[in-house]
Ligand binder design. Structure first.
Ligand code: FES
Length: 136
């Protein structure tokens, strides 16, 4: 599914608000494998909400905004995954997303993607890094 003009504008706004490369998020050990953890920066119109997903062997990060209604995905702190921890769940209307690429496999925004964020892990610390080129 191709991205609409409105979706592209939202994506640009979020990417522009992303904290600078090098911003420390947490220690890798702070996130269960599998598990997830949310992070909020700024406030008001500068608010930036994101989350990190850890699988058994990899770590991914996304803007915390569902591509359906653009609301945060979680209802309870750090509860971004399904009960079986094999997909990301939006608790608003039940959309499901792949852990490793944020692609929505089911729900009202099926075929759309969470906005990915670039991270790196050095010496066990997860940090934001320069944004990757937007591919979807
Ligand atoms: S806002 Fe996420 S499924 Fe509706």
């Amino acid at each position: 599914m191709s991205e609409s003009f409105g979706d592209a504008r939202r994506r640009e706004k979020w990417v522009a608000r992303t904290p600078p490369a090098g911003t420390l998020l947490c220690s890798l050990d702070d996130i269960a494998a599998p598990g997830a953890k949310g992070f909020t920066f700024g406030s008001g119109t500068d608010l930036f909400d994101m989350f990190v997903v850890r699988t058994h062997d990899k770590v991914f990060a996304y803007v915390n905004a569902c591509p359906h209604a653009f609301t945060p995905l979680e209802t309870f702190t750090d509860r971004f995954l399904t009960r079986t921890k094999d997909q990301i769940l939006c608790t608003t209307h039940g959309a499901l997303f792949n852990l490793d690429d944020g692609f929505c496999t089911s729900g009202p925004c099926a075929g759309k993607n969470l906005v990915p964020l670039a991270i790196e892990i050095t010496e066990g610390q997860i940090r934001l890094t320069a944004q990757p080129p937007v591919t979807r």
